[in-house]
Structure formats: structure tokens, C-alpha cells
Design a protein around this ligand. Structure first.
Ligand code: GTP
Ligand code: MG
Length: 189
């Protein structure tokens, strides 16, 4: 089911996990990798492909939610405005939401908008993990370094510890088992 109105999202009281991050970070590609479907979620090299809240029901047990990216196109005075209203509404209102996954491109320095979004999640007491994407683009030694750098930034920011995180690649199917096991573990509890 796809829509831009949180009130019209599916009523099923099953647990739900949402994938969010900047446009083009690889949300839809990751969802295809996790579900082993080539084009369940539409992907594109052009940012802004996903425009709606997309619910995919997995094994009749949980929903996987693909969301539009934030922080692209409009340069706005207040970064808050770049988080589309229906995205923040989704996170604040969706009772079924168990955990958000904030995707960040492992190659990049920590981006202000991602740090602000995580802070906003924290302030609203919404649980989340970090998913580093596109790990195939770095050598293993660089991966370690980039994660350490990210952690250092979060700790000097407002965080007391590094949130749980996963290293993934949609093109090389890295991190699939780890993410799915994390979700299954929570669903069983
Ligand atoms: P929006 O819906 O526009 O917000 O983008 P998105 O976050 O859903 O990104 P999408 O999955 O459409 O991928 C964006 C681009 O990154 C595409 O060109 C993908 O092929 C590429 N991409 C995504 N994941 C990976 C990855 O793990 N490795 C590599 N090398 N490229 C990737
Ligand atoms: Mg997308």
C-alpha cells in the first residue's frame, strides 16, 4: 500500500520497521536486497524517486516501510522544513512502528541533516538503528575508519553511545542476515 497520509496507512496491528535517510542513500535498493526482489521498491540514480509511504507486508508477520528521502532539492532556511511533514507525522503517530533504520552512505562525512534527524528521533523517543549503505564502495580497512569517525561525531554531539548499527551493501548483499535477524529477534519477543 502506498500513500502520503499517515491516517490512511494499513490498520493491521503488526510490527513495522521503517527505512529513512537522505535521497539517493539507497533505501529502496536495500529493501529489494532484504526481500531478495529485484524491483519491489522502485530505485533510481536520480534522487527523489520514492515519494510516498510504501508498506510491504513480509510473511504476514511485519511491515517493511519505504519512505521518501529527506534533505534533497529545496534549500530551506530551517532544515526542519526539509523533513516533509508526512514523514515526521509518520514517525510521531505510527503506533505499530517498532524501530526506524536511518540510512547513511558509508563513504560520506557525517551530514548535518542526518545528525539532526537522529536527534529529532531521540527527542521524540523513537527507537532507531543506523544502517551504513554502499559498503561495496570502500575497502574493509576504510569501512572501520569511517564508522569510527561517525561514532566520534555522534559522541561529541548529543549522544552518549553509538546506536546499534549495521554495515550493508545492496549490490553485494552485505548485512542482509544481520538486519533480518535483528528484526526477527524483536518480533519473537
Ligand atoms: P530516493 O527514493 O530517491 O530517496 O532514493 P533511495 O534512497 O531509495 O535510493 P535508491 O535505492 O533508489 O538508490 C539510489 C542509487 O544508489 C541507485 O543508483 C542505486 O543503484 C545506488 N545504490 C543503492 N544501494 C547501493 C549499494 O549498496 N551499492 C552501490 N554501489 N550502489 C547502490
Ligand atoms: Mg527510494
Amino acid at each position: 500500500m502506498s500513500n502520503s497520509d499517515v491516517a490512511k496507512c494499513p490498520k493491521n496491528p503488526i510490527p513495522e520497521y521503517a527505512f529513512i535517510g537522505r535521497s539517493n542513500v539507497g533505501k529502496s535498493s536495500l529493501i529489494n536486497m532484504l526481500t531478495q526482489r529485484k524491483s519491489l521498491a522502485k530505485t533510481s540514480g536520480r534522487p527523489g524517486k520514492t515519494q510516498l509511504i510504501n508498506h510491504f507486508k513480509i510473511n504476514d508477520e511485519w511491515f517493511l516501510v519505504d519512505l521518501p528521502g529527506y534533505g534533497y532539492a529545496r534549500v530551506s532556511k530551517s532544515t526542519k522544513k526539509v523533513f516533509q511533514k508526512f514523514i515526521t507525522e509518520y514517525f510521531r503517530k505510527r503506533k505499530q512502528l517498532v524501530c526506524g533504520f536511518v540510512l547513511v552512505d558509508i563513504r560520506h562525512e557525517p551530514q548535518k541533516i542526518d545528525l539532526e534527524f537522529m536527534q529529532w528521533l531521540g527527542e521524540n523517543q523513537i527507537p532507531f538503528c543506523i544502517i551504513f549503505t554502499k559498503a561495496d564502495k570502500l575497502r574493509p580497512s576504510q569501512i572501520e575508519k569511517h564508522i569510527e569517525n561517525y561514532k566520534a561525531k555522534l559522541l561529541e554531539d548529543v549522544w552518549e553511545e553509538m546506536p546499534q548499527y549495521f554495515v550493508t551493501s545492496a549490490s553485494k548483499a552485505i548485512g542482509r542476515d544481520e538486519v533480518l535477524e535483528f528484526i526477527e529477534q524483536i518480533n519473537q519477543d
